[in-house]
Design a protein around this ligand. Structure first.
Ligand code: 3HC
Length: 292
């Protein structure tokens, strides 16, 4: 039985992208946010992204309207009760995720699969907290969700073959390229990407080269779409700090330890693009490097 009814809990940067790609693939989507304001902000994000796709002539205005019609918004978790699959993309805190899945465990039918879009927490810790550990998986998307082709589909030692296969097929039905990953903190991409980003910050602290030159180096020298500091600002320095803290807690390896400069930027509210300032200042036409 293929997944048709999708629930998305949390409609921030990732949740809104996940809801959009699911609706664009013809799924019936219910998005849940905690407040009226959060619902409106989430809806605005999806509309803005669809408008962008429309301007780039990737979709017609009829398709845009149809996609929006397939997404309904709610503040009530009970509206996710009939979903085949619920994907959570809420705050990166295990307690919050477990509380959410705990409530959904009571509300949803036994067949509903629970998926987490966590970047660095382990799926096992979420599976262990519900009565359906065999139906809990990781489904990790990448930012910007409508563009990035990869989805990591994560199984724990308790995930059933059937739940894994259904989730894998669901990811493929979104037009994504799924890969199978074991449940370790960071899965595949963040396991490799996060130490790279943190190392770039450490080399900046050591004064190896300027921020802009290090960004240019990785774009022109390696063909990366963005240099490490542009990428940090794109992902969000607060997000990278949180991921690094979780991964360091898990592995106790220096490569995951958050560098002091990252902590200082976050303390100053320099989260990156979303706050207008990070390693760069985004208030002008072109990003300009800020003092670090
Ligand atoms: N939403 C929707 N579409 C977007 C978008 C967005 N936010 N940003 C860009 N796009 C689309 C554009 O519409 C365009 O589509 P088209 O070429 O088919 O018309 C395409 O992406 C390219 O956009 P642009 O020409 O405007 O810009 P770039 O060529 O500079 O590409 C980029 C932008 C796709 C973001 C590219 O720079 C990139 O791939 N950067 C790296 C992103 C990355 O590494 N993401 C992973 C982060 S890690 C993560 O998410 C894991 C988490 O756990 C931390």
């Amino acid at each position: 039985m293929s997944v048709q009814k999708v629930g998305v809990a949390g409609c921030g940067l990732m949740g809104s992208g996940i809801a959009e790609v699911a609706a664009r693939a013809g799924k019936d989507v219910v998005v849940r946010e905690v407040s009226k304001e959060a619902v409106e902000a989430g809806r605005g994000r999806i509309e803005a992204s669809l408008t962008r796709a429309l301007k780039r002539e990737k979709i017609s205005s009829e398709e845009r309207d149809e996609v929006l019609e397939r997404i309904s918004f709610t503040q009530d978790l009970a509206d996710l009760a009939d979903r085949d699959l619920v994907i959570e993309a809420i705050i990166e805190e295990l307690e919050a995720k477990n509380e959410l899945f705990g409530t959904l465990d009571e509300l949803c039918g036994p067949e509903t699969i629970f998926a987490s879009n966590t970047s660095s927490l382990t799926i096992t810790e979420m599976a262990a907290a519900v009565n359906r550990p065999d139906r809990v998986v990781g489904l990790h998307f990448f930012n910007p969700v409508p563009v990035m082709k990869l989805v990591e589909v994560v199984r724990t030692i308790a995930t059933s073959e059937e739940a894994f296969d259904r989730t894998f097929a669901f990811a493929r039905s979104l037009g994504k390229e799924p890969i199978a990953a074991k449940d370790n903190s960071g899965f595949v991409v963040n396991l490799l990407l996060v130490p790279y980003m943190l190392d770039a910050i450490r080399q900046l602290e050591r004064g190896v080269a300027s921020m802009r030159d290090m960004d240019t180096a990785m774009v022109l020298g390696c063909g990366y779409p963005m240099g490490p500091f542009t990428l940090c600002d794109f992902v969000g320095n607060d997000t990278t700090l949180r991921i690094a803290e979780i991964m360091f807690e898990e592995y106790r390896e220096e490569r995951y330890a958050p560098p002091p400069l990252l902590k200082r930027l976050v303390a100053m509210g320099r989260y990156g693009r979303k706050s207008g300032k990070g390693f760069y200042d985004y208030s002008g036409d072109e990003p300009t490097p800020l003092p670090v």
